[in-house]
Write a protein that binds this ligand. Structure first.
Ligand code: GUN
Length: 285
């Protein structure tokens, strides 16, 4: 068997085209959606992500502001900036790029963002809403993954879905969103015993581990949908995912590549949330 490749670049381009039209409609009413991105420190991967977010906003006509703060920024300075952005009418979305330097308390910082502008959906109030299935913003990466699965025409109802990784950014929200789609969900992590026997049950296998070549063909059920969230560098310095693409593509039914799979979708979902926020917050204008 040779897996069908789910082309994230193509799906993202289609979504962005729709969003462009929605932004144009808002602009015609005098509303320019606005996103503020805060980066603390000089993590090279974060710098690339933030730059890509800014560029994507520009392409769509979304106003974007970038705040780059030194790695030793104190909590009060960061909290004051968030408070200022919370109060600015023309800012619809606020994103604090993670990870934060160790001296800053991630929970405290994320809790300071106005939940109505929390386009990442990391504020505890929005996390709670996600748990009960009453959510407005959905976390960007899981949201992008669902859009990719939908684009392949796969119905999740009753499917065995296995998520490897239990982070607050991907694994946990992903599991909840799959549950809301009526899938049967298992979350695996570093302490899971006999991982291959669990992953082999999966009709849909989602890997968010961060280790190149972690998912091998013997861990995959023939015909499964395999979603690779990994963003790793292999020994040659080449960007690659968690999945051993070469061997898994011979077993899986569908597979997302790295690069060009989940990555382009994450930013697209952020743009979507920003537009949604502008539509919601400025309804009366
Ligand atoms: N770092 C890695 N992924 C993300 C994300 O989706 N949002 C934020 N804010 N930081 C991240």
């Amino acid at each position: 068997m040779s897996a069908k490749i789910i082309d994230g670049k193509q799906v993202a381009a289609r979504c962005r085209e729709e969003l462009k039209q929605q932004v144009a409609a808002l602009r015609a009413r005098g509303i320019i959606p606005g996103l503020a991105v805060i980066l603390v420190g000089e993590d090279p991967a974060s710098q690339v992500y933030v730059r890509n977010k800014h560029r994507a906003c520009e392409e769509l006509g979304i106003h974007s502001e970038q705040y780059t703060l030194p790695a030793d920024t104190d909590r009060q300075t960061l909290l004051d900036l968030i408070t200022e952005l919370n109060g600015r009418e023309e800012i619809d979305g606020i994103l604090v790029q993670l990870p934060l330097p160790g001296h800053l308390d991630e929970k405290e910082i994320l809790s300071a963002i106005d939940p109505a502008k929390d386009v990442d959906s990391f504020h505890p109030q929005n996390v709670g809403r996600l748990v009960i299935g009453d959510y407005f913003f959905a976390p960007c990466t899981p949201s992008g993954i669902l859009t990719l699965i939908d684009s392949a025409g796969v119905d999740l109802t009753g499917k065995e879905c296995v998520v490897i990784g239990r982070s607050n950014i991907v694994g946990k929200p992903m599991a909840l969103m799959l549950l809301h789609r009526n899938a049967t969900v298992t979350v695996c992590h570093s302490k899971t015993r006999e991982l291959p026997s669990v992953t082999r049950r999966a009709d849909v296998l989602i890997s968010a581990v961060g280790k190149a070549g972690f998912v091998t063909a013997d861990m995959v059920k023939p015909g499964a949908v395999v979603i690779d969230v990994g963003m790793n560098r292999n020994q040659a310095g080449k960007l690659c995912g968690d999945v051993d693409f070469e061997s898994v593509s011979r077993v899986a039914g569908y597979l997302t590549p790295v690069p060009g799979g989940v990555g382009p979708m994450t930013i697209t979902m952020l743009l979507r949330s920003t537009v949604l926020s502008a539509q919601n917050r400025r309804k009366k204008q």
